[in-house]
Design a protein around this ligand. Structure first.
Ligand code: PLP
Length: 446
């Protein structure tokens, strides 16, 4: 169907969804202007909406699809799996094999499977509290760890509520959270080890865990500054807290996850998204001394769908046949080319934008300075980002996941042609921004 017919059909799909689903979306992050995207089909690096419009996809389900959409090897294996049982209510025979692979690849002694990043970080927090007998969890301002109550604070705190940058207020991110639970959180500024240490020391006998993404990917793509991750490791040891790396996103960016890139070892890792190749699969793993305390009757870990055969088979095929070292290297190369292309176009058009990227993922910020924490993210011009995003969609390119705080993901399915199509569209959009907005002083003076 041609582009002229697109809007009414999408609009009808939205109206139909809204009849019984508030706002017509099942994750609030999918609600965008003027309509949420309603998708009919996806394969490889492409996705087709309800009207049949084709997009080259660099959202890749918020980083869950480093294996690409419906990789043929995975699709074949899953057809066989579906015909032989989808859930047993008992353990599936391959769970041990997948655990062996994950523990070897991500340097962990033990793990427990979950379904989503949400339920895995929830369990990691419970584990830290159970093992230490303490209450408080230290998290970082601007970081997201899934939609559950203990960590739903200071995810995107408004400026007027967030307080002293070195001692941020704990700001609830939703209505409906118990004040008593919110008060157990400690919020620290990312990339500020002195402030982090002083906040941890203030509550030194009550900090159960410190949780962070080694590269925060809910403020774009924030590089940990040299020594920061090592510093957080030392602070956790100093106060006797469990250090949790939330690798729900980062585990898919390097073959061995963030430890391979930064050489810092936490006590507990949370894996998710990319390991399932598009099926729901997550895991909480780490040191035997901690995970072996998950004794039935003492620390609860449960879930009807945990380690179901569909997710286990998908994980095994994805990790051993698709996201091999060579597969991950290919995706990284595509990402590096994309980031370089963005940097060149921005320089050519002298636009005050910053590319922050590394391998498979990266982002472009409408800001004059690098984003290094939540307070610097607040300087990003989110309105201009939406203009860019919409202009890219109109050219058949989903440039990244939805939101100025998100990033692009390249996969084993992306090709040089996909990257060229993305950069070609960006070149046009950048040209338009330069022309239209020169008088609004977005173009830097030479
Ligand atoms: N942790 C991080 C760092 C995430 O980015 C997300 C989701 O985007 C989650 C946890 C929650 O994962 P899920 O959406 O699978 O529940």
């Amino acid at each position: 169907m041609d582009n002229g017919n697109r809007v009414p059909v999408v609009a009808r799909a939205w109206e139909a969804a809204k009849r019984h689903i508030p706002f017509g979306v099942n994750s609030n992050y999918r609600l965008v202007d003027p309509y949420p995207l309603y998708v009919r089909k996806a394969r490889g690096s492409k996705l087709w909406d309800v009207d049949g419009n084709e997009y080259v996809d660099f959202n890749m389900a918020f980083g869950a699809l480093v294996a690409g959409h419906s990789h043929p090897v995975l699709a074949r294996a899953m057809r066989d799996r579906v015909s032989n049982g989808t859930i047993f209510g008992y353990e599936s025979v391959d769970a041990g094999r997948l655990a062996d692979h994950l523990c070897g690849r991500f340097h962990m002694d033990r793990l427990k499977f979950s379904m989503t990043g949400l339920d895995a970080t929830l369990f990691a927090v419970r584990l830290a509290r159970a093992v230490t007998g303490r209450r408080r969890i230290l998290k970082f301002e601007g970081c997201y760890h899934g939609s559950h109550d203990s960590l739903m604070v200071s995810i995107k705190p408004r400026k007027e509520l967030s307080g002293d940058p070195k001692h941020p207020n704990v700001v609830p991110s939703s209505k409906g959270l118990l004040k008593e639970l919110v008060e157990t959180a400690i919020v620290a500024p990312f990339n500020d080890i002195d402030a982090t240490e002083s906040l941890a020391l203030m509550h030194r006998d009550d900090v159960a865990g410190i949780i962070l993404e080694p590269v925060p990917m809910n403020m774009g793509y924030v590089q940990p500054e040299p020594g920061f991750l090592e510093g957080v490791r030392a602070v956790a040891d100093e106060v006797g807290a469990i250090l949790i790396f939330d690798e729900v996103k980062t585990c898919g960016k390097w073959y061995g996850g963030a430890e391979e890139a930064f050489h810092v070892t936490p006590d507990v890792k949370v894996l998710g998204k990319a390991i399932g190749g598009g099926f729901p699969l997550a895991a909480v793993g780490g040191k035997a001394s901690i995970l072996d305390q998950v004794i039935p009757g003492q620390i609860s870990h449960a879930g009807t769908f945990n380690a179901n055969p569909l997710s286990i088979s998908a994980g095994l095929v994805t990790l051993t046949k698709i996201l091999t070292r060579a597969g991950v290297r290919h995706a990284q190369r595509m990402g590096n080319d994309l980031a370089k292309g963005y940097t060149d176009v921005i320089a050519d058009h002298r636009l005050p934008m910053k590319v922050q990227a590394g391998g498979i993922s990266g982002t472009v910020h409408f800001a004059r300075s690098i984003v290094r924490d939540w307070r610097s993210f607040e300087e990003v011009d989110v309105g201009r980002w939406w203009g860019y995003y919409t202009a890219m969609l109109n050219r058949g390119v989903i440039p990244m996941a939805t939101g100025a705080d998100e990033q692009w993901t390249t996969s084993v399915a992306h090709t040089h042609a996909d990257v060229a199509r993305h950069l070609g569209a960006f070149e046009e959009v950048a040209e338009g921004m330069k022309q239209k907005q020169a008088d609004m002083s977005i173009v830097e003076a030479i």
